[in-house]
Design a binder for this molecule. Structure first.
Ligand code: ATP
Ligand code: MN
Length: 538
């Protein structure tokens, strides 16, 4: 149900330098949905959701994401291509331009927070140029109660002006769009792009600094759910590897689909209040919970509708990155509040387009640390037919673009927590089987789910030597059988029917692992280095 409760109070934006704005404060999702449609910024779909186009950008723009270099950040941030420094005077000048631009406009403002655990709560005020961006904030952040709203003191501010265009030479940006974090002023300044993911990942990046630096808490780019016995599972993985898909499981309560913290009080909590699922090729048969979450209140992005207002989920003419955001309560089986105990199992999801990693394998603590620092997945080289060469892609901590500190900081925290909590760590290849991209096929979702269920139900213990096989190239423990999965699928080599091609490709991947790991070697113990693949090409 869309929340119709209307907050009547309003607020002034003068303190932000925004003058004479017509402030629409804390509108209900329904109201925002209606306004966006009235303004021609969206259309209602047959299931009652709103469909919008985010404009020029249909994904994040990592090269235009900056962090203001100041006393708080200068010696702490891992500066480089990922965390690009921004001058603090330039920030002030650009901020002034943006708030001038926003002055006298109709603006949508909402107070909300991040972090489901009271002790970590981060109050946020979101100021949007567009009503649907504000509805996105309502879906994705946590929603304060009316009492909480009465005493609300915002700590961070998101200023979001998609139609404001920066002038690179004057403003210190790379081009017209930017997402800049300022830790001293506690502002996320986003302009020139309407892609909503910048809003959620802006706060995620801020928390990835705040939590480890000030609260000794590990932030993680992962999804999480909890079983009937209270056992928590978390799923790390880069975009498209299955965090949202696999954590949404009718038999387990969802904690969250993307961003979590692991505390020293042995709990895991969600940062968010909603989910942001990919909808490319979505079907009710394969993913009924996500499909049914697309109802009033949900926002579809960059999808194509037919003349009955139905979504053509296979149509990628705008982008492959079609999305839906919805508040977490659109999923039936959720954990309230979004907090679980220490994880019992951790899954590292990877979409290996080389098709050489086993569909599931168990990692030793050193292998777990090695794979976490490596953060491997693959990018399929374009989508045109005949392109057979996948590109390996490594992103430290399975989320480098959002991690302001050096990856070793997060890896140390995770390693310690994994050992203390005695968790089992599994590497799951949700990518290709039977050959690389172009030759083989994507792993069936049904099989991946069966493998994960087997782990969670204790049916894949790998206690006896006969239960598993140590992979000769990757050194990981590959189970010999798994309920609900044909045995032939469990051995990637067997699915290829061509040992020479399999090993040649596997060595290509291990060489890429080795090449990538060079930049972390100096920061890692011998034990972690030993967690890497066992064999490389000559
Ligand atoms: P992001 O960080 O961008 O939100 P994500 O890790 O949450 O990414 P998902 O949204 O879960 O990724 O996307 C996984 C996609 O891959 C979905 O479209 C899903 O239907 C598809 N898919 C196909 N086969 C599998 C499989 N075996 N396991 C998981 N997902 C699969
Ligand atoms: Mn996701």
């Amino acid at each position: 149900m869309v929340n119709n409760n209307q907050v009547t109070q309003t607020i002034s934006l003068e303190q932000y330098g925004i003058k004479n704005a017509k402030v629409k404060y804390q509108l209900s999702p329904k109201k925002l949905h209606d306004i966006a449609i009235e303004k021609g910024q969206g259309v209602e779909t047959s299931s009652g959701a709103i469909a919008v186009n985010t404009g020029e950008f249909t994904g994040r723009s990592p090269k235009d994401r900056f962090i203001v270099k100041d006393d708080i950040t200068k010696d702490r941030i891992w500066w480089g291509d990922i965390n690009i420094p921004f001058d603090s005077n330039k920030f002030d000048a650009l901020y002034n331009k943006v708030v001038n631009y926003l002055s006298s406009k109709e603006l949508y403002v909402r107070d909300c927070y991040a972090c489901a655990d009271e002790n970590y709560k981060l109050n946020i005020r979101v100021i949007n140029e567009f009503p649907w961006s504000n509805q996105f904030a309502s879906n994705m952040f946590l929603r304060p109660t009316e009492t909480e709203l009465e005493n609300f003191t915002p700590e961070w501010t998101i200023v979001n002006a998609p139609n404001f265009m920066a002038v690179a030479d004057e403003d210190g940006t790379r081009q017209h769009n930017f997402a800049i974090l300022n830790f001293t002023k506690k502002i996320a300044l986003i302009g020139g792009t309407g892609y909503t993911g910048e809003i959620k990942k802006g706060i995620f990046s801020a928390l990835n600094f705040i939590l480890p630096v000030y609260k000794d808490t590990l932030p993680m780019h992962c999804s999480a759910n909890v079983g009937k016995d209270g056992d928590t599972a978390i799923f790390f993985g880069l975009s498209g590897t299955g965090k949202t898909t696999l954590s949404t499981d009718p038999n387990r309560s969802l904690i969250g689909d993307d961003e979590h913290g692991w505390t020293n009080e042995n709990t895991v909590f969600n940062f968010e209040g909603g989910c942001y699922a990919k909808v490319i090729n979505l079907s009710r048969d394969n993913e009924p919970e996500i499909f049914d979450a697309i109802k009033p209140g949900a926002i579809l992005e960059n999808v194509i509708l037919n003349n009955k207002g139905e979504v053509a989920f296979g149509d990628t003419s705008i982008t492959q990155n079609t999305r839906v955001s919805y508040p977490i309560h659109h999923i039936e089986n959720i954990k309230k509040p979004s907090i679980g105990k220490n994880p019992k199992n951790i899954f590292f999801l990877t979409a290996d387009a080389f098709g050489v990693l086993p569909p599931i394998s168990k990692l030793t603590p050193s292998q777990a640390a090695y794979h976490f620092i490596s953060g491997y997945t693959a990018k399929v080289a374009g989508t045109e037919a005949g392109v057979l060469e996948p590109q390996p892609s490594f992103s430290a901590c399975f989320g480098a673009p959002f991690m302001p500190l050096h990856p070793s900081k997060y890896a140390e925290m995770l390693s310690k927590k994994m050992v203390d909590a005695g968790v089992n760590v599994w590497l799951v290849n949700t990518g290709w089987t039977g050959g690389p991209y172009g030759v083989g096929t994507r792993m069936k979702l049904k099989y991946t789910r069966a493998m994960i269920n087997a782990v969670l139900n204790g049916d894949l213990g790998l206690y006896n030597y006969n239960d598993y096989h140590i992979h000769s190239v990757f050194g990981v423990a590959q189970p010999r059988s798994c309920p609900g999965v044909p045995t032939s699928v469990l051995s990637p080599r067997a699915t290829w029917n061509d040992d020479e091609a399999y090993y040649t490709t596997a060595f290509k991947l291990t060489n890429a692992f080795r090449e990538n790991f060079k930049k972390f070697e100096a920061y890692c113990s011998e034990e972690i280095r030993r967690g890497g693949p066992q064999r490389y090409a000559f």
